[in-house]
Design a protein. Structure first.
Lengths: 313, 356
């Protein structure tokens, strides 16, 4: 491809093809890994549910894609008060007569947004802090690690409650609160791992070859600590979803967006936990399934970045 | 033609109790295409000397004084950026002791060689890859193995791959830090031969660091014997093997007996390498030297020339016939009456890690 003249389109399609091949080879690790496959299946299901939860209208095509929710999750009295599951309402109704299944489906979005954004940002910050801190050492390390220590001293719930009280309860503020706390554990763990990696001979080789600090950090050390980053990303997704649920359960959720945590909060405030099992179990099980799926995937992804694990099979 | 000229180099390590003089007043010059061996015990400062040349010293080390002139460029005064772009690997490359760990485990060996070539030269990836394959072929490794990961290589093959990496940019100087220590003797021999061939082909100079006399005697044009951070004796390989003048070299030679001589017994040098933290005046070898006299304890010997580039740092190098004869006897090296009795310190020398 490189020696012959190629048109830009050819090389572009070639690049796309290469990219697809690349993704395909990386996904091969899921082959024969039952837990990873289950995790992936659950996650993809949640993703699809989240994307198609509510109806979309594409205006210039004058087309409406129907949502998955059988009823409007916010509409009252679509059924009777606290109705147990029936054909019309597979998961029963709430104390206001809202459809629980519709609420559950609509709540997937918040979980996905909070889980992915908060976890990605937290792990991104944590990995960079840990990497820079360990690689340069000295005063850089001191400053960054003392900041991490301070963050370690901040308890999550009071901090998040105060932050949300000051800035107002919106999804963005909840994510900010989660990220500001969540990066600390990744930073510490990545730092300790980088400390050991920067002493290894391959780093000295890279120095001898003439690689710059940035290149050594991001091209040589980072891929070696990525398995840990993935693992912590999986932890972070789970933790972020649970944190959002806790905040919502305490009544600090985004009032405009229904989440699983808020559903449980509603059951609680309606004093219906003991009678309406169809209302309290589904969001709880959904949270559990989602967190579980991310953990399974995180476990499998370790193999993508660790060629030694890949060849052990 | 001189390629590298080191003059009175002093590389010290900061330690809690003072400066560790790992390389003290070392002068050495190397011609293009020449191979110089650095021999000495662990902790004698061989590696520090080599790493000073490419400025790969740990944070607590410092080139205190002296100059390193590489092909007209003063290496000690280069900025990090200039060093990276002009010197490292394109001009001076390194073969590390343990090749297995010298490669980044997450990339294939080929990717790493290609990266090095494209980083320093304006070459396309395909060409660089082709060069990596050719190098593999030259070194007797199946070219298809460039797509393998480092952990899929055996020790000998990884070492060959490392040599391929070191020679990828045809550097003028290769620093080989015990390149064959981790290998068995048969592989060792083959690899040394390959290094030699390729080196001659590229006309690269080489510094071979080792504690193995047999390796240097086979591969090197000249040998420098390093003891306690100083070059105590330097000469062409034959002179060092056949006609050394420094008692330490005599001792080293004893430690590698001639296999064809039945009667020759292996005689080791008693004692341990010296403590290099702020050493006193006097010859560093005096505490272990069977021939030490009053003068050896008080005056640091200066290198004295004995013709043909043979230089020795010893006060008694003139009495060579007597020393050589005595050095062959086992009784000479018995530990008992070594050192000045009134000066014997009760505390053992602190261990100072100089290598690695």
């Amino acid at each position: 491809m490189s020696t012959e003249r190629t048109s830009p389109i050819d090389s572009a399609t070639g690049a796309v093809g290469d990219g697809l091949d690349y993704v395909r080879t990386k996904l091969e690790v899921f082959e024969g890994d039952r837990l990873g496959q289950i995790g992936l299946a659950i996650l993809v299901t949640f993703l699809l549910i989240g994307i198609f939860a509510r109806p979309y209208t594409i205006e210039f095509l004058d087309l409406t894609i129907p949502g998955l929710t059988p009823h409007d999750p916010g509409e009252r009295a679509v059924g009777g008060r606290l109705e147990s599951p029936s054909a019309d309402h597979p998961l029963g109704t709430t104390d206001m007569g809202r459809d629980v299944l519709s609420q559950l489906i609509a709540g997937t979005r918040v979980t996905l947004i909070v889980g992915s954004l908060a976890a990605f940002m937290a792990v991104f910050i944590g990995t960079n802090v840990g990497l820079v801190s360990a690689y340069f050492g000295g005063w850089v390390d001191d400053v960054l690690m003392r900041i991490t220590d301070i963050v370690y001293g901040v308890p999550f719930l009071p901090f998040a409650i105060v932050l949300v009280a000051i800035l107002g309860s919106s999804l963005v503020n909840i994510i900010v609160a989660i990220v500001l706390i969540l990066w600390r554990s990744t930073a510490r763990v990545i730092r300790s791992q980088v400390l050991s990696h920067k002493q290894r001979p391959y780093v000295e080789s890279a120095q001898a070859i003439g690689a710059s600090h940035t290149r050594i950090m991001y091209r040589h050390i980072l891929p070696n600590v990525l398995p840990l980053t993935f693992l912590y990303a999986a932890f972070a997704v789970g933790w972020a979803v649970i944190a959002e649920a806790s905040l919502s359960f305490l009544g600090f959720g985004d009032p405009n967006m229904l989440s699983w945590g808020e559903m449980i909060y509603n059951v609680y405030t309606a004093n219906a936990i003991r009678e309406a099992w169809w209302w309290v179990f589904p969001p709880g099980i959904a949270i559990m399934l989602f967190v579980m799926s991310v953990f399974f995937i995180g476990r499998t992804l370790e193999e993508v970045v660790n060629p030694e694990l890949r060849h052990q099979k | 033609m001189t390629l590298l000229d080191i003059t009175e180099l002093k590389t010290y390590y900061r330690a809690d109790d003072g400066w560790v003089r790992a390389t003290d007043d070392v002068s050495l010059s190397i011609d293009r295409g020449e191979t110089v061996g650095l021999v000495g015990e662990s902790g004698s400062g061989k590696t520090t000397l080599a790493k000073s040349i490419i400025r790969l010293l740990p944070d607590n080390a410092e080139v205190v004084d002296g100059s390193i002139d590489f092909d007209g460029t003063e290496v000690t005064e280069l900025s990090n950026r200039e060093l990276r772009k002009q010197i490292r690997w394109s001009e001076i490359s390194m073969i590390p002791q343990n090749a297995m760990n010298g490669f980044d485990p997450v990339y294939t060996v080929g990717e790493q060689i290609v990266e090095v070539i494209t980083y320093h030269e304006d070459t396309s990836k395909a060409e660089a890859r082709e060069r990596a394959r050719t190098l593999f072929d030259d070194l007797g490794v199946d070219p298809d193995r460039v797509d393998d990961y480092p952990h899929q290589f055996s020790g000998g093959m990884a070492q060959r791959a490392m040599i391929a990496l070191a020679l990828a940019l045809s550097p003028s100087l290769v620093l080989a830090d015990e390149p064959t220590t981790a290998l068995d003797v048969v592989i060792q021999d083959r690899i040394l031969e390959t290094i030699k061939e390729l080196q001659e082909e590229l006309n690269s100079a080489m510094i071979m660091i080792t504690h193995d006399m047999s390796v240097v005697s086979e591969t090197c044009d000249r040998i420098a014997v390093v003891y306690g951070g100083r070059i105590v004796e330097i000469a062409d390989a034959e002179t060092i093997i056949m006609n050394p003048r420094h008692p330490y070299t005599l001792g080293l030679r004893n430690a590698f007996p001639d296999i064809s001589d039945d009667d020759q017994e292996l005689i080791s040098i008693p004692g341990t390498p010296p403590d290099l933290v702020d050493p006193d005046d006097g010859c560093r070898f005096a505490p272990r030297c069977p021939f030490a006299e009053e003068e050896c304890w008080e005056v640091t010997p200066e290198p004295e020339s004995y013709g043909d580039g043979h230089a020795v740092e010893c006060h008694r190098a003139d009495e060579i016939e007597h020393l050589q004869e005595e050095a062959g006897k086992k009784e000479t090296w018995v530990e008992q009456d070594l050192g000045r009795s009134e000066e014997i310190e009760p505390s053992p020398p602190e261990e100072v890690e100089l290598d690695d």
